[in-house]
Design a protein around this ligand. Structure first.
Ligand code: AR6
Length: 179
C-alpha cells in the first residue's frame, strides 16, 4: 500500500524532527543569508566543516544538484544542500533547474535511507523565483517522485511566509496542517 504523502506547514525548518531538511544553498556551499544562514546558525560548525570537505573534493555544488552533510546540532539527522536557480525572467531553464533541485534532494534522501524530508521554498527568497510558479514546480516534482518510490514516507513543505503557504495550499496533493 502506498504510504507517502505531502504535508504543508508554516514555520522554521531548523526546528523540525525529520530525517533530512533541505537547505537552499549557493554554489559555494559556504553559507549565506535566508534559510541557509538559519540552518548554519542553528546546526553549528559541523555542517560547514563537512561542506568544506565537499568543496575540496568536488569544488562546490552546481545549480540543480544536491549534496548531503550531517545535521550537526539540529534535530534533523541530515542537511541536504541544493542550489536553486536565480530567476532571470524565465527563459534560462529556471523551471527545469528548480525541479532538478527537488529531484536531486529526494534521490540523496533515498540513498541515505531518509523516510521523512522537509523542503523550504527553494529560490523564492533572494533568488527571486515567482512564488506561484515555484509552488507548482515543487508539487509536481515531489508528487511525481514519491509516486515512483516507496522509500520516502513524508515530504514536508515548510513555508516561512504566508504567500508561499497560500500558493502551496491550492494543490490537492498537499495536506495542510491546521494549527
Ligand atoms: N525556515 C524555512 N524557510 C525559511 C527560513 C527558515 N528558517 N528562513 C527563510 N526561509 P532564501 P533562495 C524561506 O533567500 O531564494 C542564501 O543567501 C524564505 O522565506 O533563503 O534559494 C543562500 O546562501 C524563502 O521563501 O533562498 C543563497 O545565496 C525561502 O526560504 C541564496 O540565499 C528561500 O529563500 C539562495 O536564495
Amino acid at each position: 500500500m502506498k504510504q507517502s504523502w505531502i504535508e504543508l506547514i508554516k514555520g522554521d525548518i531548523t526546528q523540525l524532527h525529520v530525517d533530512a531538511i533541505v537547505n537552499a544553498a549557493n554554489t559555494s556551499l559556504m553559507g549565506g543569508g535566508g534559510v541557509d544562514g538559519a540552518i548554519h546558525r542553528a546546526g553549528g560548525p559541523a555542517i560547514l566543516e563537512e561542506c568544506r570537505k565537499i568543496v575540496a573534493r568536488q569544488g562546490g555544488c552546481k545549480t540543480g544538484d544536491a549534496v548531503i552533510t550531517t545535521g550537526g546540532s539540529l534535530p534533523a539527522k541530515f542537511v541536504i544542500h541544493t542550489v536553486g536557480p536565480v530567476w532571470k525572467g524565465g527563459n534560462s531553464q529556471e523551471a527545469e533547474k528548480l525541479a532538478d533541485c527537488y529531484r536531486s534532494s529526494l534521490n540523496l534522501a533515498v540513498e541515505y535511507q531518509c523516510k521523512t524530508i522537509a523542503f523550504p521554498n527553494i529560490s523564492t527568497g533572494v533568488y527571486g523565483f515567482p512564488k506561484d510558479k515555484a509552488a507548482e514546480i515543487a508539487v509536481k516534482a515531489v508528487s511525481e517522485f514519491i509516486s515512483e518510490t516507496d522509500e520516502i514516507h513524508k515530504v514536508t513543505f515548510v513555508c516561512f511566509d504566508q504567500e508561499n503557504f497560500l500558493y502551496l495550499s491550492n494543490f490537492q496533493e498537499v495536506r495542510r496542517q491546521i494549527d
